[in-house]
Design a binder for this molecule. Structure first.
Ligand code: HEC
Ligand code: HEC
Length: 504
């Protein structure tokens, strides 16, 4: 899959680096961080003796990737460059993890490490976590999400487990994603503290060692600080970096909105998505009537129909527009533009689909919520009917939260596959088909705790290619190129059969 080769090479080199610097044996499980284990290493490992040509090539590859990374951040402010360095530093992982060294970047693969093909997510359903004391290969519970616009959120992880980004990151740095077991939080903090002091600043993203870089970038003197304060500053630095991991509303979709003034219908305080839909369709009817719908260059009839299906809600809301009984995506009810999320939790049947596939059609209806809580934030497992991921229910066990998950954002959706909290859907077609199936089950009364918005959704196989075409227009382009969408090759949609060149 896209970008995978590079990700793999990155991990391989990291492994070689760990072996080369002796980190594997040098750091005891009891958590004494021996200074000699923190040799110059990290982002660009020195080449171990006796490497094969393939290994040498992969080391070269990793060096090039590092150079690209360094270039990507060269214009950023110093505190962002420091955060980027931490984000990419595989030494933040448990140094005792025997066979895999991971950085944030390994799972949240940034565009500059993937030929601009990934958006802070890898391309696997579930990501491999660094082997921990149990020594076994393990995977994340959920699909790795994109980090785009994450600093603007108020709730984190698919079930809203954390309500502060700093809290999430403290947990992240001291738990399984970075190779630590429950109960090892103190060891993890010791290791982060030690890394700050035993860093030689030799990787390509380094500007001096960490002590020097924290002083230069943030005016902080880590040497005067307690361990916990240093860890808090590392977290603050990561947040500095995440603040620039943003979308810019420069997709063909945004040009479409701009050219046709759909943005006049943006959701205001107290508006419902249905009211927004009504306003957009009012505008659409007006423009279509005057033959004035404008298409930016990559828009065509298919994309446009997809947009309409996405925005369309049940007829009671949309009044005058014809043909409302079909092609009702109702997508906008949950995926509210411009971010395409409402920031809320909904059940669209993903856990039920996974559970029933493992245990038989209808089995999820009998799943007991009296099971031990740990089992409700677990992978569905064939042969063990007590395991399922109940999403929001883990945080707030109320009736409506059962098997509900946070509505994902949809910008750059082409670069964040596979989809859903469990990563079980490889294509956009499959992701949409799951909504369609959920809506059919909801109407039949056989989707447990179905979200009410599924009842008014009415799409068929025919709508899927159009919705996919629309979703693809949410891929953003660099700001300089965005101009083309808004000015060059803009056409007026005349009728579904023919288009006319719009000459402005
Ligand atoms: C082993 C893979 C892996 C690594 C390494 C990893 N993450 Fe994650 N990250 C995930 C997964 C999986 C989730 C989703 C967890 C969930 O929903 O329960 C996630 C969630 C997040 C979120 C919340 C996103 C949201 O929209 O709610 C943030 C922020 C985040 N990670 C940042 C980081 C940072 C910073 C690092 C490095 C310190 C890092 N991650 C390392 C896999 C990883
Ligand atoms: C009831 C609210 C709701 C409606 C209506 C809805 N969605 Fe979703 N959508 C969700 C939720 C919640 C998820 C994630 C579910 C999960 O992970 O278990 C999701 C996931 C997705 C994903 C995968 C995103 C990712 O990053 O994994 C796509 C694509 C998507 N929806 C498109 C659509 C389209 C197109 C429509 C209209 C046909 C639509 N959605 C209607 C709530 C909704």
């Amino acid at each position: 899959m896209k970008g995978e080769g590079k990700v793999f090479f990155g991990s391989l080199v990291a492994v070689l680096a760990m072996i080369a610097i002796g980190a594997v044996s040098g750091c005891s499980r009891e958590g004494e961080i021996a200074p000699e284990t923190s040799q110059p290493a990290g982002l660009t490992p020195s080449e171990p003796a006796g490497v094969t040509p393939a290994e040498a090539a992969s080391i070269e590859n990793a060096k090039m990737e590092q150079a690209q990374l360094a270039h990507a951040y060269s214009d950023a402010p110093p505190e962002v460059r420091l955060g980027a360095r931490l984000f990419n530093d595989n030494r933040l992982t448990n140094p005792g993890a025997p066979n895999l060294s991971t950085s944030c970047r390994t799972c949240h693969v940034p565009p500059e490490a993937s030929n601009r093909e990934r958006q802070y997510t890898d391309s696997t359903a579930l990501s491999v976590i660094p082997a921990n004391a149990l020594g076994s290969k393990q995977e994340t519970l959920r699909n790795t999400p994109t980090l785009l616009d994450v600093t603007g959120e108020t709730s984190f992880n698919a079930d809203g487990e954390f309500t502060s980004l700093e809290e999430l990151l403290e947990h992240k740095l001291t738990s399984t994603h970075l190779g630590w077991l429950p109960g090892e939080e103190d060891l993890a903090k010791d290791a982060i503290f030690a890394l700050m002091f035993y860093d030689y600043g030799e990787d390509l993203l380094a500007e001096g060692n960490y002590l020097e870089q924290f002083k230069a970038a943030k005016g902080l003197d880590l040497e005067t600080m307690s361990r916990d304060l240093v860890v808090a500053k590392v977290i603050e630095s990561l947040v500095d970096y995440l603040k620039v991991v943003k979308t810019h509303n420069t997709a063909a979709y945004d040009a479409m909105v701009y050219l046709n003034r759909f943005n006049e219908g943006l959701l205001g305080e107290g508006d419902t998505p249905q009211e927004l839909s009504g306003r957009i369709f009012g505008r659409i009817a007006n423009q279509e009537g005057r033959v004035l719908i404008r298409f930016p260059n990559v828009y065509n009839e298919e994309t446009y129909q997809g947009l309409k299906t996405f925005y369309r809600v049940s007829p009671t809301w949309s009044g005058s527009v014809e043909g409302m009984e079909e092609n009702i995506g109702n997508c906008i009810a949950c995926h509210v533009p411009p971010s395409f999320t409402d920031g809320k939790f909904h059940n669209i049947g993903v856990t039920q689909a996974e559970y029933d596939a493992a245990h038989g059609e209808g089995a999820f209806a009998g799943f007991s919520v009296e099971s031990p809580p740990a089992a409700t934030r677990a992978r569905v497992k064939a042969g063990d009917a007590s395991k399922a991921d109940l999403g929001r229910w883990n945080v707030d066990p109320s009736d409506t939260s059962f098997a509900a998950f946070m509505t994902p954002k949809l910008r750059f959706i082409t670069q964040t596959d596979p989809y859903m909290h469990n990563g079980a859907y490889e294509t956009l077609e499959d992701a949409i088909r799951q909504h369609m199936k959920a809506s059919e089950l909801a109407k039949a009364g056989t989707l447990r705790n179905a979200d009410p918005e599924l009842l008014t959704m009415n799409i068929s196989e025919r709508d899927i290619p159009q919705l996919v075409a629309f979703l693809k227009t949410l891929e953003e382009v660099p700001v300089e190129e965005y101009r083309d969408f808004r000015i060059a090759n803009v056409r007026i949609r005349q009728d579904p059969m023919g288009e006319q060149t719009y000459d402005n």
